[in-house]
Ligand binder design. Structure first.
Ligand SMILES: *Cc1c(COP(=O)(O)O)cnc(C)c1O
Length: 391
């Protein structure tokens, strides 16, 4: 008989916190198998389909044998040109497609891989918290340390860069921040981005802005790009994803833009680890980046209608939140006497609603839950009705 291999997982895996959405998925499966009519507002995955002109471009691109071969790791020049054109049009920022733009297999992989390019054991990575759960993962894989900067209602969900202890600053090499913010929905001011540029330059820290929600905004208030502010291209990069903007989470496409030297570092890691994005997906990405604004306006209106319906329900229940100007979430304070987890459990067991506990995004998220606006407005209203019966 062959003796089976018994191998413990590597320390870097054992040091990770449990991935938030795995636990939520388990709760979801349990509830569904009990036959509950579940309203799932837990995960930020758009329920609307990818716009049809993008799907059509993909169909044609799949037929082209030139697209069946290995793509370049950096991305097709035509895709990077489309990104550069999009930046110019949307933000008035000019980018050199050859050196200042890089294709990504979605922005999650870049968040996870980026620290490998610049972090040595002993180095520290700063990140805003509550936040996207992947920010602390890449640094740990690289053997580095992390330091969370709390986002609270008191600081308007913008980190207090002045409060970072000097010994942490001395070791800090990289700073992840994300606006419009998931999960708090806060938007950055120009003053804050200016402050980040000054902070990064003074302390020699790479600024990495995750802008996954820059195009999901309400009431016509367009969020800023970090690269719009003076000096940003000297200190950092910005990560974008086509996932949320164009309902393309399954396609795996994004891009990084900014400082040539920093982009080159990320490109070095990526060229050693992956072989780029399927060219047909990049061609579809070009079609996405050229989407008529009326298509996007319709998507935004749909989210805005849902936001307003949920906001009305939460207000009538006396729950505390600030009305989001962007993203597709509502970051809501749990009612008095509840923790994040106890409120999520109550909603699941008594109302058949699955929300995300705020503490899953980091300690500073304790006391909050996140509702995603990724179900129809009818289901949002139904969720509000069910909550009324429970609270
Ligand atoms: C969804 C999300 C991402 C990752 O999106 P990809 O699908 O990997 O491009 C990155 N950051 C934040 C804050 C997100 O919410």
């Amino acid at each position: 008989m062959t003796k089976p291999v018994k191998m413990p997982l590597a320390d870097r895996i054992n040091s990770l916190p449990p991935y938030l959405f795995e636990a939520i998925d388990r709760m979801k499966q349990e509830t569904l198998s009990a036959g509950v009519d579940l309203i799932d507002v837990s995960i930020g995955d758009p329920d609307m389909p990818t716009p049809s002109h993008i799907v059509e471009r993909m169909k044609a691109a799949v037929e082209n044998p030139e697209n069946h071969r290995y793509p370049s790791s950096a991305g097709m020049l035509s895709y990077r040109r489309a990104v550069s054109g999009w930046y110019r049009q949307r933000f008035g920022v000019s980018l050199e497609p050859e050196t200042e733009v890089l294709s990504l297999i979605g922005s999650k992989e870049a968040v996870a891989h980026f620290p490998l390019a610049f972090i040595n054991p002993g180095d520290t990575v700063l990140y805003t918290s509550p936040g996207y759960p992947v920010y602390p993962v890449g640094p740990l894989f690289a053997g580095g340390q992390t330091h969370a900067l709390p986002l609270t209602a008191d600081n308007g969900f913008l980190p207090d860069l002045e409060s970072i202890p000097q010994d942490v600053l001395g070791k800090a090499k990289l700073f992840f921040f994300n606006y419009p913010n998931n999960p708090t929905t806060a938007c950055a001011t120009r003053e804050f981005f200016d402050e980040v540029v000054e902070f990064a330059s003074r302390n020699n820290i790479i600024a990495c802005h995750d802008a996954a929600y820059s195009e999901i905004y309400f009431d016509g208030k367009k969020p800023l790009s970090f690269l719009e502010v003076d000096g940003a291209k000297d200190v950092g990069i910005e990560l974008h994803s086509l996932s949320k903007t164009y309902n393309m989470t399954g396609w795996r496409l994004g891009f990084a833009a900014g400082s040539k030297e920093i982009i080159a570092g990320l490109a070095k890691i990526k060229s050693n680890m992956d072989s780029g994005v399927f060219q047909a997906v990049q061609e579809a990405g070009i079609a996405a980046l050229e989407t008529d604004d009326s298509v996007l306006a319709e998507i935004r209106n749909t989210y805005q209608e849902r936001r307003d319906a949920l906001a009305e329900g939460l207000t009538s229940l006396g729950l505390e939140f600030s009305l989001p100007e962007a993203s597709f979430y509502i970051w809501t304070k749990a009612p008095a006497g509840h923790t994040s987890s106890s409120f999520v459990e109550l909603l699941l067991k008594k109302a058949g609603i699955l929300a995300t506990p705020g503490n899953g995004f980091g300690d500073a998220g304790e006391g909050y839950v996140r509702f995603a606006l990724t179900v129809s407005v009818e289901r949002v209203r139904e969720a509000a009705e069910r909550m009324k019966e429970v609270l």
